[in-house]
Design a protein around this ligand. Structure first.
Ligand code: GLN
Length: 483
């Protein structure tokens, strides 16, 4: 049996029936990584993937029975390197677990001992900005896997992980999920604790699952969601059992199709594939109607002001004193300020530097009102667009990304083109609402296309219901890349 190919819920059923063991699962996963990760490079390079040999304690009574979860390199794992794929954090081993890691361990999960690759500090849409080098798309290794959680998405798509956690600030779970043909959920802002997530943009960041199907997404969300007094932005709203929303029924579901998402810039194959998916939902009983989100066109500029402003402030702590990398200079000859400057100059990659500069500029005296404050006001308008729409729609459907995966090196020299990959995902972060990306077909050249479903705050159940119904009525999630 090829255990690495299975979902977590399938593995749990097999363990429950006494048909496999945790050792077998680990063996198979290790074998698979050995066969394919030199092509995909989903895992960070400085750790040894063979470490995955370590067989964890088996918690027969627990929910997850020791099944491993792959973790993005920006989520703190006690005693395991957590470096945000940045030189500046090299060698950083957190002395504590993020809340999501603690919850996973309490549910009986093993934390996979090698972290998933990502764009440095989650800055990017292609995983090319990693200090460890790029991850490749399992469907065609000449293409990017998306980003910034590209390692997590590629590991799941390539069956090098059972499931994984990523983080999403402007699309970093959903866009790589779409590019790699897996399921990615960004929960509502406040639904999942970010305690122990190394911050990129604190008013936008959320942790969420990347999985092989919608059932696993609901299972993993059940475990990580919930109020945490250690994260002042987490919200004390009861967590329902999300697997209860997995019903194959969208009859009467009111679905909004925003006209602003199907205009110039969308790839014709993506457009056609998503329109087919909308037709499918209609056939299944969904009531689809055109809606308008008039402030959509401001989402990318607003995001790149707010996100860089917050990032420049969050990254100020990396100074060579407390964490990771320090520039090796003759101490006697170097002043403290010089040491900071050299450390940051050598420790941060190009994109991180670009964002620190942009963000510092937007926050600086004389520009704050013109850029940052104005961006916050437009953010409110974007949020209001969604509030209005959700008065008479249960969910909104869009493509996850305007194009399928692009080639490695194609956009890396053109930041603006790269930033436009997030055109359809950013608004959900600005509005704080949940969004899921599920596979909805392939291009002629065999690259996956993602369908994004958005709902009102704390309405993850609506996402799961719509996503599950569509998934169970289509064959896309069953396709596997050949590696
Ligand atoms: N691609 C977007 C950016 O570069 C989003 C990244 C993210 O969600 N972490 O900012």
């Amino acid at each position: 049996m090829e255990l690495a190919k299975l979902t977590c819920h399938e593995l749990l059923d097999l363990i429950g029936a006494g048909k496999t063991s945790l050792e077998d699962i680990f063996d198979d996963l290790r074998k698979r990584i050995g066969q394919t990760d030199h092509k995909v490079r989903a895992y960070v390079r400085n750790s040894q993937t063979e470490n995955a040999d370590v067989c964890p304690e088996i918690c027969a009574q627990s929910i997850l029975k020791g099944i491993p979860v792959t973790i993005k390199d920006n989520i703190c794992t006690e005693g395991l390197n957590t470096e945000c794929c940045s030189r500046i954090l090299s060698g950083f081993r957190p002395p504590y677990d993020a809340t999501v890691i603690r919850k996973l361990k309490e549910a009986g999960a093993s934390i996979f001992p090698v972290k998933a690759n990502m764009d440095e500090f989650a800055f990017g849409s292609s995983t090319e900005n990693s200090y460890f080098g790029p991850t490749r798309n399992p469907w065609d290794v000449k293409y990017v896997p998306g980003g910034s959680s590209g390692g997590s998405a590629a590991a799941v798509a390539a069956d090098e992980a059972v499931w994984a956690l990523g983080s999403d600030t402007g699309g970093s779970i959903r866009q790589p999920a779409a590019f790699c043909g897996v399921v990615g959920l960004k929960p509502t802002y406040g639904r999942v604790s970010r305690y122990g997530l190394i911050a990129f943009a604190s008013s936008l960041d959320q942790i969420g699952p990347l999985t092989k199907d919608v059932r696993d997404s609901a299972l993993l969300t059940n475990i990580i969601a919930g109020y945490d007094p250690r994260d002042s932005t987490s919200v004390d709203v009861e967590v329902p059992d999300y697997t209860g929303a997995l019903v194959k029924d969208v009859k009467g579901l009111r679905v909004g199709i925003p006209k602003e998402y199907f205009v110039e810039g969308i790839d014709p194959e993506v457009k056609r594939t998503v329109e087919d998916a909308i037709q499918k939902l209609k056939d299944l009983g969904g009531i689809c109607k055109e809606i308008s989100l008039p402030h959509t066109r401001y989402a990318v500029p607003v995001y790149y002001i707010i996100a860089t402003a917050e990032a420049s402030s969050n990254l100020a702590r990396f100074d060579g004193v407390q964490y990771g990398y320090r520039s090796l200079q003759d101490k006697a000859k170097t002043s403290l300020i010089e040491m900071y400057a050299r450390t940051r100059g050598e420790g941060f990659g190009q994109e991180a530097k670009r964002r620190i500069l942009l963000g510092t500029f937007a926050l600086s005296h004389g520009y704050y009102d013109a850029y940052y404050l104005r961006a916050l006001k437009v953010r409110t308008l974007i949020k209001r667009d969604f509030d209005d729409v959700f008065k008479d729609c249960d969910c909104v459907i869009t493509p996850t990304s305007p194009t399928p995966a692009f080639k490695i090196n194609e956009r890396i020299e053109d930041p603006l083109k790269m930033y436009l990959s997030d055109l359809y995902t950013i608004s959900a972060n600005l509005a704080g609402i949940p969004g899921i990306s599920i596979p909805c077909g392939f291009t002629k050249s065999g690259l996956p296309v993602g369908l994004q479903i958005l709902a009102g705050s704390f309405r993850e159940e609506t996402l799961f219901r719509a996503a599950y119904t569509y998934e169970q009525s289509t064959p896309w999630h069953l396709q596997k890349p050949e590696l």
